[in-house]
Design a protein around this ligand. Structure first.
Ligand SMILES: Nc1nc2c(ncn2[C@@H]2O[C@H](COP(=O)(O)OP(=O)(O)OP(=O)(O)O)[C@@H](O)[C@H]2O)c(=O)[nH]1
Ligand SMILES: [Mg+2]
Length: 267
C-alpha cells in the first residue's frame, strides 16, 4: 500500500493480507468501507472500476462498488475486467465469466482483457501486458473528453457512445502509432484489427476515434491525414455511427501520428 503512488488509498479489511479467495469475507469487510467508497464516488461524472476477476477481494467487492456508483449518481460507469488464464483453473475462469455477465447490467460500458488471448508464455508477462492494456484503454477513452481537442469530442459524445444500443456493452479498442504511410497500410483493412466476433468492419455499430499529431500546422500532412481518415474510417455502413476528434500531442516526434480506435459491435 505504501508503495502505491495513488492520492487516495483505502484498505479493505484490517490487515491487508488478502481474503484467501473468500468472496464472502471480502464482501463483509467491503460493507464496512461504504462511507469511504461513497466519499470517493460522490460528485464524480465518471467512475472507472478495474477488477481482476478470479480472487476473493475483487470479486467480493466489485458488485457493491458498482451499486454505490449508481446510487451516488455517477453519470458514466465503466467496468474494466480481466479474465483469469486457463492455467489458473477452469473453475476460476467459469466463475469469473459468470460474474461478468451478472455485472454487465450494472455498468454503462465494459472493457475486458482475457488472459487466454495473450501470446505471452509466463503469467508475469500476461499480467504486465494486461496492465498496459488497461492503462492504455482507460487513459485513451476518458482522454477523448479531457484532452485539448481541435475537433470537439465532448462528454455528451462520450455518453452517446456508451449508450449506443448494441446487444452487449463491450467496447473494443486498438491503438497505432507511426508515419502516415504506416497508418495508411495498417488501416487498409482495419476490420482485421478488430476481435474475431466482428467478421468485418461492417459489423461495427459505432466507432469513436482520435487522430493525434504534434504539429497540425503542416497543411499538406494535415490534408493527407484527413484524407486517410475519410477513405478508411468513414466508409462504414450507413447505419453505423462515427464520432472522432483531432488532438495535438507535443510528445509525438515530427511526422508521427497516433490513432486510437474504439468500437462497439452489432452482435
Ligand atoms: N493485470 C494483473 N492481473 C493480476 C495480477 N496479479 C494477479 N492478477 C490476476 O488477478 C486475479 C485475482 O487476483 P487474486 O490475488 O487471486 O485476487 P484478489 O482479488 O486480490 O483477492 P484475494 O483472494 O483476497 O487475494 C488472478 O486470478 C490473476 O488472474 C497483476 O499484477 N496484474
Ligand atoms: Mg490478492
Amino acid at each position: 500500500m505504501d508503495e502505491l503512488s495513488l492520492c487516495g488509498k483505502y484498505l479493505i479489511g484490517q490487515e491487508g493480507l488478502g481474503s484467501g479467495k473468500d468472496r464472502f469475507l471480502a464482501e463483509y469487510e467491503c460493507s464496512k468501507s461504504f462511507p469511504a467508497i461513497e466519499s470517493v464516488l460522490r460528485g464524480r461524472l465518471v467512475a472507472v472500476f478495474v477488477v481482476c476477476l478470479g480472487g476473493g477481494t475483487g470479486e467480493g467487492c466489485i458488485r457493491s462498488f458498482l451499486q454505490k456508483a449508481r446510487e451516488v449518481g455517477n453519470k458514466a460507469i465503466i467496468l474494466v475486467a480481466t479474465i483469469p488464464h486457463s492455467s489458473e483453473g477452469a473453475e476460476k475462469r467459469k466463475n469469473a465469466l459468470g460474474l461478468l455477465k451478472a455485472l454487465e447490467p450494472m455498468a454503462d460500458a465494459l472493457y475486458t482483457v482475457d488472459y487466454d488471448d495473450s501470446r505471452h508464455a509466463t503469467l508475469t508477462e500476461v499480467f504486465q501486458e494486461a496492465d498496459r492494456k488497461i492503462i492504455g484503454f482507460t487513459d485513451s477513452l476518458w482522454g477523448m473528453v479531457l484532452r485539448r481537442c481541435m475537433i470537439t469530442f465532448d462528454f455528451n459524445d462520450f455518453r452517446t457512445f456508451l449508450q449506443f444500443p448494441t446487444p452487449s456493452k463491450h467496447i473494443d479498442f486498438f491503438m497505432l502509432t507511426g508515419s502516415l504511410d504506416f497508418l495508411r497500410k495498417e488501416v487498409k483493412d482495419w476490420g482485421k484489427k478488430l476481435p474475431a466476433k466482428y467478421s468485418s468492419a461492417d459489423e461495427v455499430a459505432m466507432a469513436v476515434f482520435s487522430i493525434e499529431n504534434a504539429d497540425w500546422s503542416d497543411d499538406k500532412e494535415t490534408t493527407e491525414a484527413m484524407d486517410m481518415v475519410h477513405e478508411r474510417f468513414l466508409q462504414l455502413p450507413p447505419d453505423a455511427e462515427v464520432k472522432w476528434g483531432i488532438y495535438p500531442d507535443e510528445t509525438l516526434p515530427p511526422h508521427q501520428f497516433r490513432l486510437r480506435v474504439f468500437t462497439k459491435c452489432k452482435r
